[in-house]
Write a protein that binds this ligand. Structure first.
Ligand SMILES: C[S@@+](CC[C@H](N)C(=O)[O-])C[C@H]1O[C@@H](n2cnc3c(N)ncnc32)[C@H](O)[C@@H]1O
Length: 467
């Protein structure tokens, strides 16, 4: 389309509608400006689809413009009334402009009928992105490989934002509005801005000084907390936000082995890691299940971050599709894979600590996976009661499952997320004293639990992880 060079031909739009569900938040991390614009345009059109259908019917647009397809009409009207105000050009812009007054009048009538003032209020909760979606703040992780917290705070102050200091409660984050920002109350290198703040064109983002990453997705690397110099596996790594977080915690000292099956996502990841200044990593396009734990290359791997494919049902800004409610068969297949990959990860001989995470809300992919694998592994590993101050805990799927962490838009103002921290039992267990302050905070209050066993108090050992 003239003026919309990124918009494919009309017949592809329908296919895009179907495929958009696969585009998660990382899509916005792609360098290509057009991919971001396309995502925003199609995702916005989908959100407003039921409203757009009413407007099109009310204005009789398709009857007046016989050559206009329903899908393209929705995109045009979305951009005209709810988007950026028709960035396209050529005949489509002329067409939309011809009908502008009628469409605006229809929109006003619809608002009166539904007794609402804001466009957003025309959306049913599911189209608004699920409960709480519009409340999730913009989280900004400071990439300590390139900069520091104070410098980034100063930068945003110079950009006209007011810094309100460290938040004391989730309520404070919820109340954030306008050009104000806070330091997060749980995570030390995380800034919090009001929802919908967009920094994708900000210099700090394009230069890799900040990473736009949801707070819940910062938990896995933070809780794994590998000591500088360690060998770490990121088993399902692309597009790499957690890998770059791990590298920052390692201060680029040590070795990260990162695996993913998807070549395109790995290519994006490579670009992102370079931009973030990550060194000391090896990326492999490989099925992690085929990685040999007995390979001497991995003999020093003491930490594994496992963030496998999941239903994604916790993603609050994802486009509502059937995938938001996966079928029982799909859940079973996902859970089967997750159990297999977790069990495989626990078979690395020098492994001391593992973090398992998903962005799923389903117990089948979360507590049930962890419970089943712990049971299968006998007493070799225990579940750590990580981050005791975290307000939202695991569902009571087995005794001690509350040691896991959960996150949600309603409770933690984040995407829906699940995290479990597992540690090897016995003398070889990861010594808390070898962990940086962040994880030390976690394990100081930790108690081991396993399915079927009562939580036990753990003695802190003054033992270093052998590396
Ligand atoms: C939830 S995403 C990981 C997100 C990533 N940890 C991050 O924070 O950017 C899951 C990834 O697992 C990859 N994957 C799925 N099965 C895999 C397997 N058997 N081995 C390695 N990677 C796999 C997918 O390609 C996908 O990129």
């Amino acid at each position: 389309c003239a003026g919309w060079p990124f918009l494919p031909k009309d017949q592809l739009i329908e296919q895009l509608y179907r495929e958009i569900a696969a585009l998660k938040e990382e899509v916005v991390n792609f360098k290509a400006e057009h991919v971001r614009q396309l995502y925003a345009l199609v995702a916005g059109t989908l959100r407003y689809s039921p409203v757009l259908e009413k407007l099109l019917a009310g204005a009789a647009l398709l009857q007046a413009e016989k050559k206009l397809s329903l899908h393209l009409a929705k995109v045009l009207v979305y951009d005209l009334l709810f988007g950026k105000g028709l960035k396209c050009g050529g005949r489509w812009k002329a067409l939309a402009r011809r009908h502008r007054a009628r469409l605006e009048a229809e929109l006003a009538r619809l608002k009166v009928r539904q007794k609402v003032i804001r466009n957003e209020d025309l959306l049913a909760p599911a189209q608004a992105g699920g409960p709480g979606a519009s409340q999730v703040p913009r989280y900004v992780r400071i990439n300590t490989l390139k900069t520091c917290v104070d410098d980034v705070i100063d930068f945003f102050k110079r950009e006209g934002y007011s810094y309100l200091g460290k938040a004391a409660s989730v309520e404070e984050l919820r109340a954030l509005s306008g050009k104000k920002f806070l330091l997060d109350l749980h995570l030390p290198e995380l800034l919090v801005f009001p929802p919908q703040t967009d920094f994708h064109d900000n210099l700090l983002y394009t230069s890799g000084h900040i990473i736009l990453q949801d707070k819940a997705s910062c938990l896995p690397a933070f809780l794994l907390s590998p000591a500088a110099g360690s060998h770490v596996i990121d088993a399902c790594a692309a597009p790499g936000n957690k890998t770059s977080h791990l590298a920052a915690i390692l201060k680029n000292k040590g070795q990260i082995f990162a695996f993913d099956m998807d070549a395109k996502r790995l290519a994006t990841m490579n670009t992102m890691l370079m931009r973030a200044g990550v060194t000391g990593f090896q990326l492999a396009q490989q099925d992690f299940l085929m990685v040999d734990p007995g390979d001497p290359k991995y003999s020093k791997v003491a930490y594994i971050l496992l963030d496998p494919s999941c239903s994604g049902s916790g993603m609050v800004n994802r486009v509502p599709t059937a995938e938001a409610a996966p079928s029982a068969e799909r859940l079973q297949a996902l859970a089967g894979f997750q159990r297999k990959v977790l069990s495989h990860a626990l078979s690395f001989p020098a492994l001391q600590r593992l973090v398992y995470s998903t962005c799923s809300l389903h117990r089948e992919e979360n507590e049930d996976v962890v419970g089943a694998v712990l049971q299968e592994r006998g007493s070799a590993f225990r579940l750590v009661h990580a981050f005791p101050c975290w307000p939202c805990r695991g569902l009571a799927a087995f005794p001690g499952a509350e040691s896991c962490l959960r996150a949600s838009a309603a409770d933690t103002l984040t995407h829906g997320f699940f995290v479990a921290v597992l540690e090897r039992r016995g003398d070889g267990a990861a010594a808390s004293s070898s962990l940086p302050a962040a994880a030390d905070n976690t394990s100081r209050h930790s108690e081991g639990t396993e399915p079927g066993a009562a939580p036990k108090k753990r003695k802190r050992k003054k033992q270093r992880v052998k590396e």
